[in-house]
Structures are given as structure tokens and as C-alpha cells.
Design a binder for this molecule. Sequence first.
Ligand code: UDP
Length: 374
Amino acid sequence: MKKNILVVGAGFAGAVIARDLADTGQYSIDVIDARPHAAGNCFDPYDEKNKLRIHQYGPHIFHTNNQDIFDYLSRFTGWLPYNHKVEALVEGIGFVPFPINIQTINHLYNKSYSKESEMKYFLSQLCEHHKKVENARQAAENSYGKELVELFFARYTKKMWDLELEELPASVVARLPLRYDDRSGYFDDKYQAMPQNGYVALFENLLNHPDIHLYLDTSFVRTMENQYHHIFNSMAIDEYYDYEFDALPYRSIKYRHQLKKEHHQPVPTVNLTDEGPVTRYTDWRLYPGCGTLESESVISYEYPCSYEDNNNERYYPVKTIDNVPQQRFKQYEQLSKKNNKCTFIGRCGQYRYLDMHQVVANSRMVAKRYKASA
Ligand code: UDP
């Protein structure tokens, strides 16, 4: 008899566990998702009318240094190599490469540096020297100095998180590399690519197994648990426990997809680092596998917001230097440790700011541990 397993959420966190358990032949797995589609926030249906593949929940560019994870996903998709490019649109100056590199400095300060040593010396004159780095502002000022921090980080971060840089941990801005040469990619990872036929096709293959049963438009209710041997749940852990220790803060983003007649931008995604409401906009024609310049231009604008303002869509766990959210999460985590029947997974279940490749790696590890213990 196969053991019945319930997986809540058909994004990467849930789908990978479902597949890894299914591949053993010992489990029958029901995957439910409240949405009408699988693929979680990677959902990228092809729009026949405009001849474009549009990521409905913002651009998802796959990148990893982990060969095992890349090989694992390669079982379910081919790839289109893509070195992600972003520029920031600076008031009064125009487009400049972002993350900051030597060309960014040349544009902003009217220089013609070409050597790393020149860039390093220039930045060393701008940088602060906070001895004990306690927040994202101090970390950023140590690398870039106050002026560049105001221009590129302070206002963007405020609208993104509704928090000041000094309220956030250094790890938030440490996601971005600082380049002393003219490399212009957003990521440094060895593998950077888009799924050949989109994430929707990748998820179809990932979930295509006789022991996996997918139920869309199906919300989780606690009574479902009775019918299963184990549950892997990617829902928000505070919601699962009825907010017993109060709500955990999460941040959300509203995406507006707009058809434009005439549009030009130099790179697929543009960051707006000013006070306006938009953080980024994306031209899908410029992403491999999503469109071509002959396609209609649909531009997706990102408006960060609270999750309550966005149908309770929680995208980013919010961690602050006062440790309040982290402590609250620990209380939920303690509670969950007493619950042998349920494992929390993914960004919302584990309250971690995970990228796709980290979610896949984490779910593979969770599945491996479960198989070993069951
Ligand atoms: N950030 C910024 N200016 C930018 C881009 C990023 O200040 O132009 C900061 C901001 O706090 C953001 C963090 O760096 O939340 C991480 O950026 P990333 O692009 O990795 O965020 P994600 O793609 O996960 O939204």
C-alpha cells in the first residue's frame, strides 16, 4: 500500500517534494493549490494574441552555482542561456548599469575609468567606515558611500519594504554584487538560464507522474490532514496556526501588465530608484523564450505593497534588525516541531528569503530526510 501524502502548494517547494517522493514508487501524492494554475509565482503562460510569454508574478530568472540542482531541473526542461541585465533609470542622467560597476561610475561622475584600481580608489574616497555593521545602511555605505546609497538604495528600499535601510539587515543589500570592472550581469552564478518552453512546461513535466494528482482551485483546510500520512505545507506558517503569536510581516507586489504601442528600453528590466511607486519594469520581448522585437510590447510594472492590499499574496518574509519577526517565527517553528505530521516548506512556510534554486535545494533535502525517516 502506498502512503498518502498531501502537498499544499504547486510551486517549486511543493512540486519538487511531490516528484521526489513519487519517484520512489512508495507514495501517492495529492498536490493542491488554491490558484487555478500550477507553477506558483513562476507562472508564465504564453499569450497567443500578443505573441509573448509573460511571468504573471514578476520576472523569474533561474540562476545557481549548484550543478546538482541545475542537472535535476534539466530532467524537466531544456534551457535558453540568459545573462540577466538590469539598468537603473536615474533622474537627470538616464540609464546606467546596475548593480553598480565601473560604467555606472563613469556615467554618473563623467569619468573614463577603465581599470579596477581606478574604480576602487574612487569608491574608497566615497565610502564610510562603520566599524560594527548593524544594518543595511551601514553595510551599503561602507561599500558605496552615502551619495550612491541615497541614489540607488535608500528610496528603492523604502518603497520595496516600507522600511528604512537602517531597519533592515545587511543581508538584504548584500544580495547585490559590487563590480569594480565593467561586467554588467545581475547575477554571478555559473548557471543562468530561462526554461526553454517556459516554467509552465517545466512544472507540467515535474508533476507528470502517475503517483501525483494535482487539484487546482483547492484551498487547504485543516480537516484534510486526517486523510494523509504526512503533509508538506507551503502556506504561511502564522496563518496555519491562526496567528497564535500574531501575524508575521510579509511584503507583496502588485504587477500591472500594460500593452504599449511604442516602447524602448535598453535592457529587459529597468529599476526605478526614485520615490515613485514603481520599483521595476520589464519588457518581455527582451527575455529569451518570452518574445521578440516583432511581438507586441507588454510592459510589466511592479508596485510593492502590503500583502493585505494584494489578496493576502505573501511574497517576501520581512526580517528586521530588532529581531521581532524572527523571534515570532521561532515561536511558530517551536509549535511546528511538536507537529510530526506536517512539514513546512518554501518561503512562506519556512519564513526565509529563498531564491528558486534554494527552494529546489531545500525541498530536495526535506524529501530526502523524510524518505530516510519514514
Ligand atoms: N535594491 C535597491 N535598489 C535596487 C535594487 C535592489 O535598493 O535598484 C535593494 C532592495 O532593498 C532590494 C534588495 O536590494 O530589496 C535586493 O534586491 P533584489 O533585486 O535581489 O530583490 P528581489 O529580486 O528579490 O526583489
